[in-house]
Design a protein around this ligand. Structure first.
Ligand SMILES: NC(=O)c1ccc[n+]([C@@H]2O[C@H](COP(=O)([O-])OP(=O)(O)OC[C@H]3O[C@@H](n4cnc5c(N)ncnc54)[C@H](O)[C@@H]3O)[C@@H](O)[C@H]2O)c1
Length: 333
């Protein structure tokens, strides 16, 4: 058995990834290291909670001693690092937890892995996958795509804290030859996402017949990727990515927020059909835009496609349908 850590495994992407890894690799003992913030839910991991190949540990990565003890105890040979504060609006209201969890937390895991792997002659073998976001690149205009060489230009405290952690990870490769890889992914959708994010918010407010809030005029464009396609990309980069490299992950699936919200409303009209005058879109309400709201994100995933053979397999209508069913079930309870 090899022990690997998944940090942030009780969150949205982490829980989907943990189930994927558990069901794919029978020789992994997976330790889920999570502080259990408001965004997490251990119930997402119900299907594997009794497994002897899965262990949950509640630890705040900001606590360096706790991180060191954990590494000494479990002796991981790999880390999928996802733990982070992840909601842009919260970072605008209060940036400090973002600096603490995303920058200091990443530093603590990175540094304690370096020390443990260094002392045990495992620096080449031990692998650290840092999971980041396309938001570090800032905003695109109407054309073009983010590539791995796009300069960093973060515009929110969230993306700035992720950019800071990305740069630390990069430095650990160049300075210490640590076996790190980084991914920068576009917006994910799917089951297990916290209520505060766009797609769950649209479904929840619609089902409650409350106004569906849309920032500005809903013109911001995001590139949406199904969470399971992201998890397969993380699996590939962890196992086959080249040390020190970064890989962009995205779906070539751009939607303005308003188009996406109309699409969700139409699917809800078909599935639930209880909107005002038969249309949930009648609930859409435009609200004051988020400060520093990036206009457009879009990823060029050529590198991960050509070097690692990753393919985005999503069928957006099908996967969005699955996602909507999951939240309709959740909110109807
Ligand atoms: N959601 C997206 O669309 C998206 C896209 C690209 C990249 N990412 C990145 O993927 C990662 C996971 O995102 P998500 O959407 O699943 O986030 P999430 O908010 O759903 O989950 C984050 C998890 O990290 C845990 N956590 C937070 N601070 C911690 C700390 N100090 N110590 C230990 N655990 C802590 C939380 O308890 C939670 O379980 C993040 O690093 C995020 O930047 C997300």
């Amino acid at each position: 058995m090899k022990t690997i850590f998944v940090t942030g495994g009780a969150g949205f992407i982490g829980s989907n990834l943990l189930i994927h890894l558990h069901n794919t690799y029978s020789d992994y003992h997976i330790v889920n290291v999570d502080k259990l913030t408001y965004a997490s839910d251990l119930a997402y991991l119900k299907e594997i909670e009794g497994s002897e190949r899965y262990t949950f540990v509640q630890v705040d990565l900001v606590d360096r001693n706790a991180v060191r003890d954990l590494i000494q105890l479990f002796k991981p040979i790999g880390v999928f690092h996802l733990a982070a504060e992840s909601h842009v609006d919260n970072s605008i209201k209060g940036p400090e937890p973002f600096v603490m969890s995303n920058v200091v937390g990443t530093f603590n895991v990175l540094e304690e892995c370096r020390q443990y792997w260094g002392q045990n002659n495992l620096l080449t073998e031990g692998r650290f996958l840092h999971v980041s976001t396309d938001e570090v690149y800032g905003s695109l205009g109407e054309t073009g795509f983010f590539t791995e060489s796009t300069p960093y230009a973060p515009n929110s405290p969230y993306s700035a804290s992720k950019a800071g952690s990305d740069l630390l990870v990069r430095a650990y490769f160049h300075t210490y030859k640590m076996n790190v890889v980084t991914t920068n992914c576009s917006n994910n959708y799917g089951p297990h996402q916290h209520d505060e994010k766009l797609i769950p918010t649209v479904i929840r407010t619609a089902l409650n017949n409350k106004p569906i809030p849309i920032y500005g005029k809903g013109e911001n464009i995001r590139d949406w990727l199904f969470v399971k396609d992201h998890c397969r990309a993380l699996d590939m980069v962890f196992h086959s990515g080249n040390a020190g490299e970064t890989y962009n992950v995205g779906g070539y699936n751009e939607w303005t927020n308003i188009e996406l919200v109309y699409k969700i409303c139409e699917i809800l009209d078909q599935k639930v059909g209880n909107g005002p005058e038969g249309k949930y879109s009648n609930l859409i309400e435009f609200v004051t835009d988020r400060p520093g709201h990036d206009l457009r994100y879009a990823i060029d995933p050529t590198k991960i496609e050509t070097e690692l053979g990753w393919q985005n397999t999503q069928n957006f209508d099908r996967e969005l349908g699955i996602t909507i069913d999951w939240y309709v079930n959740r909110y109807k309870k």
